[in-house]
Design a protein around this ligand. Sequence first.
Ligand SMILES: Cc1ncc(COP(=O)(O)O)c(C=O)c1O
Length: 583
Amino acid sequence: MEALVSTVSRSCPFLAKTPVKTLRRLSTLPAALPAGHPAPAPRNALLASAQKCPVMGTALAVQSSRAISTSAKCPFAAAVDAAVPIVGPPGAAAGFGAEPPMPNPPAFVNGPSAGRAPAAKPAAAAVAAAKPAAFAGAFDYEAFYQTELDKKHKDKSYRYFNNINRLAQLFPTAHTGTGEHVTVWCSNDYLGMSRHSLVTENMKATLDKYGAGAGGTRNIAGNAQLHLSLERELADLHKKPAALVFSSCFVANDATLSTLGSKLPGCVIFSDASNHASMIQGIRHSGAPKKIFRHNDLAHLEELLQSVDINTPKIIAFESVYSMSGSIGHIKEIAALARKYNAITFLDEVHAVGMYGRTGAGVAEYIDAMDEIDIITGTLGKAYGVVGGYIAASAPLVDMIRSYAPGFIFTTSLPPVVVSGALTSIRYLKTSQAERSAQQLHTRDLKGRLDALGIPVVPNPSHIVPVLVGDAETAKSVSDELLYKYQIYVQSINFPTVARGEERLRITPTPGHTAELADVLVDALSTIWRERGLKTVEDWAAVGGNAGVGTGQRVEQLVKLEDIEIPAGYVPSHESVTVSASA
Ligand SMILES: Cc1ncc(COP(=O)(O)O)c(C=O)c1O
């Protein structure tokens, strides 16, 4: 510090010859300036002296962001900055002083912490006043944040988080911030495994034995037997030689695609237009050129593949179940194109693992295509009910990602307790068909019932039930009404997660969503649709269809009835197992 002061003093002609005592006195003396001084009237004599400084004086006159770097260059100016906030035009200092209290709940949480009435838009002043600018003309960080948020409010894409506390013993019930019970119809805990007694009992035992955290990265003290067992289990699940576990599948996708795309010489990545943000991020981070093919459009993919030299390394990245529309990727066909054009395939089975196939390995297992895919990625956080992500692939590929991917190497590994829960869940779902079957039956049932009422379900062959609203504000308002009036929680899905004009409610039935709960949901939706005059399938057909609704084609569920174990005594509440329109 002393060295700094001495350097500052030596390089600034004013500071060098002014004792600290004088500086202090100047900072309290009012300024005397000649008439017509160009800069705003300084508050005191120290500031007036700063304005005479050949560097700082100009900076003050300009009063722009250039002053920041100038100030940094002139040690005296920096000293003045620290000692006296530079005054701007009258009123510029308004908002300095005590920060307003944070609203409770935070502005982005829907409802009073939370539960009864929808939250108002956050008060702009309350957010903007969090941290004042250092001096007039300085870059105003807080104002910048607020402007970015205002854009979100304006285009209705601002995200409100609902305070939802899912109750393990009352699945699929949750309590809100006010303690009110609601039925959750939009969780990705697709099979209710997060509260399965085998999973929670094993987790409790592991917690007692190994404690709360992993204690390090995989490289340093965080590589336990449980991690190794989980990776063996996952490799076996996908019938691949090796697997690698990450903190999440977002990280797995990002780390794997960015590493592969940057390592493979000249690599070009072909990406489905509907791919998840984690893959888009990975592709961007790889720096590799990318070619985006229209969602599920094989002809377009082939056209793009033809445009690249056959000997250039290529990755085709796509998903099995696209979670916002429920559409399913053309796995076999894409694998065939990959063989033809010497590409490798990267398949995200995040929404399919645990859900499809005899052992829950995903859609590729269900259609018998696992060995045609090079890299399969999945999550431990949805159907498996815990958290974490992984890749399964050849041993050299997995070892290369293990050795080079920063997203794998430089982070604390999953806690043993989490690994133990995931391992239990995977092993259990390898043999039990009951959860998958009940989930499939409840999905068929709900789709059929909504279809019969003309409530527009985006047609698709998977377990997702997206109900088309077609407008961001209305979608949020319907979601709020379901929550506050009917005690049903279904999150609205808006841009950029879905295209503008295709906003929807994304419903995900689970084994716990009985026919009685479905009655309540269907009645609520049909009342809301009627009272608000929302567009039905017929209405969408009249305007040429939207998001596949109202186009008149029919889509069968991927999982055939004969592959579902129907429990004794199960009576479907609706016959229909197909919905109109195209995938
Ligand atoms: C298709 C897809 N891939 C990857 C992810 C990321 O998975 P995780 O939640 O394990 O990070 C998601 C998350 O929703 C997803 O939908």
